[in-house]
Design a protein around this ligand. Structure first.
Ligand code: ATP
Ligand code: MG
Ligand code: MG
Length: 353
């Protein structure tokens, strides 16, 4: 059987591993941190940093194809790995999504709409960007941000200094604050043969910059739903993408705006584990292994709730609920803001109806 190499051993790597072993693959995880969530489900684990060229070479030699659960893999490590084995999704998708500015340049280049944005390095550029874009606005580091980290909101020019200080000298991008009615995401997949399959868009609620829940189906008109799916397909095709991608969208009166894309399985796609015959993790493994994609259609409505920090204390009570599928990541320490697990509440129609 083939071996799938996964860069990153967090919960996404863990759930990818489970899906891969269900399809008869073996998995080898590469993760710098000790005892990561994927440790006990992967067939093999390498604990080493991304500058360890020996470990990277041995990892590549032991696998048939390489995928990843996070987008911030250092370039030098990728160069080394790519010389030995295919990396799916490809390097271009990674490079574009590692930097918020290159991502927005790419999206607008495809004719898609994003929030107005401007690169910001220092106070002069922030002032210029603010006068062009206006307030309110959000300043974000261009790289390495997730769960709303590395972001500062500006109500007006008076917040410029504090916002810039929050970037700690890192390159940033100013985005106009989008007035949206709600947020949705499309989890889309593209196979090695170029076929595309999208899951139904989900509606996302964030709390403190962190995804709190995803509800399927999202409130979207049929036209909005097809817009969402078509624009996702356009992004994947333009990148000659192979794998699953998360596309986050703002629903506005002017139509759908793209917030950001993630070249990997996505937290807002976790509902597929209990709403679809083929979930996003299996879909991703199918794609990177060169299998045909599953069709991704939904058999049930689902509400996914993230269990963050102390939410984990509610597990005994959730375990007593009917039709609540728990997915726990095996993390021992429940720090505030840390994703500990999620629950998929499957909306089962009442009997006899
Ligand atoms: P993720 O964990 O999804 O990768 P992130 O740190 O990359 O998060 P974003 O997705 O950029 O952060 O922003 C987090 C949330 O903040 C968004 O889902 C949205 O609710 C809000 N937000 C971000 N940018 C804007 C914007 N330009 N206008 C309005 N709201 C925004
Ligand atoms: Mg992000
Ligand atoms: Mg986001």
């Amino acid at each position: 059987g083939s071996v799938i190499g996964i860069l990153g051993g967090g919960q996404l790597g863990r759930m990818l591993s489970v899906a891969a072993s269900r399809l008869g693959f073996r998995t080898h995880i590469y993760e710098p941190m000790e005892n990561p969530p994927a440790a006990h489900v992967a067939d093999r684990l390498t604990t080493a940093s991304y500058d360890d060229t020996e470990a990277l070479r041995a990892f590549a030699a032991s696998v048939d194809v390489i995928t990843y659960e996070f987008e911030n893999i250092p370039t030098a490590a990728l160069d080394l790995l790519e010389a030995a084995r295919p990396i799916r999704p490809n390097r271009r998708a990674l490079a574009i999504s590692q930097d918020r500015i290159s991502e927005k340049d790419f999206l607008t280049g495809l004719g898609l709409t994003t929030a107005p944005y401007s690169a910001v390095n220092g106070m002069d550029e922030l002032q210029a960007a603010l006068s062009r874009i206006g307030a309110p606005a959000i300043l974000k580091t261009t790289r390495l941000g997730y769960d709303g980290k590395g972001q500062a909101r500006l109500r007006g020019p008076e917040d410029a200094e504090a916002a810039l200080a929050a970037m700690a000298g890192a390159p940033a991008v100013l985005e106009g604050f989008v007035t949206f009615s709600h947020e949705v995401s499309v989890i889309a997949a593209r196979g090695l043969d170029g076929s595309v399959a999208c899951f139904d868009p989900g509606e996302n609620v964030h709390r403190d910059g962190i995804l709190h829940s995803t509800t399927i189906p999202a409130r979207l008109s049929p036209a909005q739903r097809s817009d969402a799916v078509l624009l996702a397909a356009r992004i994947l095709n333009a990148l000659d993408y192979v794998g699953v991608m998360g596309v986050e969208l703002f629903v506005t009166r002017q139509g759908l705006l793209v917030n950001e894309i993630a070249p990997r399985v996505h937290n807002s796609g976790h509902w597929t584990q209990n709403g679809c015959a083929i979930d996003q993790f299996e879909q991703h493994i199918r794609a990177v292994a060169g299998w045909p994609l599953g069709d991704g259609s939904r058999h049930s409505d689902v509400v996914m709730e993230n269990l963050i920090g102390d939410d984990i204390l509610r597990v005994p009570e959730i375990a007593r609920e009917r039709n609540a599928a728990l997915h726990l990541y095996g993390k021992s320490e429940a720090r505030p803001g840390r994703k500990m697990g999620h629950v998929n509440r499957v909306q089962v129609p009442a009997a006899g109806k």
